[in-house]
Structures are given as C-alpha cells and as structure tokens.
Design a protein around this ligand. Structure first.
Ligand code: HEC
Length: 247
C-alpha cells in the first residue's frame, strides 16, 4: 500500500505534467508565430494528459482507501483537498468532452485548461505541500489527535467502532481468551471478567496498575495460574490490548 510519504512525492509529478500541458497549449494558442511544430505540441499535450489522469486516478484510489481505512470524518484540510480533487476530475472530463464532441464550445477550453492548472496546484499544496511543511513528529501528533478526536466523537454518538487492530484483537481474544474471561462483566469465571479492564486503576488479580505494559506482562508471564501464550506474536498481543481497551 502506498503510504503518505510516497503519495506526497508522486503528487508533484502532477504539477510537472500540468506545466507541460499549459506550456504546450500556450505555445499553440498564445502566439502568432510558432516556435514549434503545432501537431507535435498537440500530441505531447494529449499524451501528457493521459499520464496526468492515470497518475491522478492511482493517487485517488489510495486516498479513498486511506479514508476508508481511517473510518474518520475528514479534517478541514482533507475536505478541501477532496473538493479540489473532485473539481479537477470534473473539469478534466468537461475539457476532453468539449475537445472531442462539442467543438463549437472550443473557445471555452483555454479557460478550463488554466483552471485545471490552478486547481492542480491547489491539490498538491493541500497534500504534499502540507506534509513537506510539517515534520514527521508533528505529523504523527496531528494524526494521533485526529484519532483521539474520532474516538471521542464516536463515543459521543454512542458508537463504538473498532479499529482494524482491535477487530483483529477481538478475533484472537475469542479464540484464545474468551474461554476463561467474560467481556461483558467483571465477574470471575475461570479468570476475572475483563469489562472496563483498562478503565480502572488496577488489574483485578495482581493489583498492578491497569496499563498496556502490565497486560502484556500478564499474557507473557502470567501472575498465577493463567497459562502463558508464547505463540502469540507481539502484534497479536498489542491488538488484543487494543480490543480490551474498547471494553
Ligand atoms: C485457562 C484460563 C485462562 C485463559 C485461556 C486466559 N486467562 Fe487470563 N486469567 C486467568 C486467570 C486464572 C487469571 C487470574 C490471574 C492469574 O492467575 O494469573 C487471569 C487474569 C487475567 C488478567 C488480569 C491480570 C491481573 O494482573 O490482574 C488479564 C488482563 C488477562 N487474564 C488477560 C487474558 C488474555 C488477554 C488472554 C488471552 C490471550 C487470557 N487472559 C487467557 C485465566 C485465563
């Protein structure tokens, strides 16, 4: 999967392609004496346009996947970026349709082209520009805040939607832990019920502080009679804890 960094580095390519598009058409329509072969300029413009839309579509695909995976409302910057992105798509197709089928409207095409150029700039500035501006640490901080905001918002709406990790953790928990631990109460069965396990101050049996480290410890080197789980990977354990956090 393409990460944010890659996306941000590929996006400036769109700017370069947009420049080529603008330049070729300015040379064709903007001057009476031609420096270059007009047919060749048009061919370059056309091929350039195809590359542009292909890269655009690939990046869009990953952006949509990203939105889907984060399951969050877009940030204001993200929303602006999305709106510009849709506008780029629509204007691009209007332009192609006019050039292909509605030649009477040809005189509108240059302005559409220039608008497309400006919007492409807006597109890249609201994504790559932003990521280059903020350092990785700030970026992480921003994302954590976004996640936190999202959690609070979902709680407010009374929705507890699980993150992917927690969803996986739930599956592992069902298979390996649910036999001894209830999740909907604090009552003892074979082991203590784990409802709100991470919301209290201390763990039910060992009375150690209720935090991720101590639960990891419990799974790795159990306090008393609970069996250890050496075959669970660190990732499994972390996702189980992500799940426990939702209880
Ligand atoms: C065979 C029964 C059994 C299974 C399976 C089991 N547990 Fe336990 N669990 C216990 C018992 C008994 C305790 C009480 C403390 C002890 O004996 O270590 C306990 C305690 C705990 C505690 C509280 C620890 C504390 O410090 O108070 C946590 C958290 C916990 N288990 C998580 C898990 C998770 C996560 C799994 C699955 C990976 C799991 N348990 C699987 C029996 C089990």
């Amino acid at each position: 999967m393409m990460d944010l960094g890659t996306k941000s580095s590929v996006a400036p390519l769109l700017i370069i392609l947009a420049f080529v598009a603008l330049f070729t058409m300015f040379e064709v329509f903007g001057k009476s004496e031609k420096r270059f072969n007009v047919e060749r300029l048009k061919t370059i413009h056309r091929i350039n346009g195809i590359f542009f839309i292909l890269i655009y579509l690939i990046i869009s695909y990953y952006c949509i996947r990203f939105i889907e995976a984060s399951k969050a409302e877009l940030s204001p910057r993200g929303a602006l970026h999305a709106v510009i992105s849709v506008a780029v798509f629509v204007i691009y197709f209007l332009k192609v349709i006019i050039v292909r089928f509605y030649k009477q409207l040809m005189n509108k095409v240059p302005i559409l082209g220039i608008t497309l150029f400006c919007l492409t700039f807006g597109l890249v500035v609201t994504s790559s520009g932003y990521y280059f501006l903020v350092s990785d640490r700030e970026m992480e901080k921003a994302m954590r805040l976004e996640e936190k905001g999202m959690g609070e918002k979902l709680e407010m709406e009374g929705i507890t939607r699980l993150s992917r990790a927690a969803e996986r953790g739930r599956e592992v928990f069902q298979k390996r832990c649910s036999f001894c631990h209830a999740t909907d109460s604090k009552a003892y069965g074979m082991g203590p019920g784990l409802k709100e396990i991470l919301k209290g101050d201390e763990l039910p049996s060992s009375k150690r502080p209720a935090n991720r480290e101590n639960i990891t410890r419990q799974i790795r080197e159990p306090f008393r009679s609970m069996p250890p789980f050496p075959d669970l990977t660190d990732e499994d354990v972390q996702s189980i804890i992500d799940y426990l956090q939702t209880l």
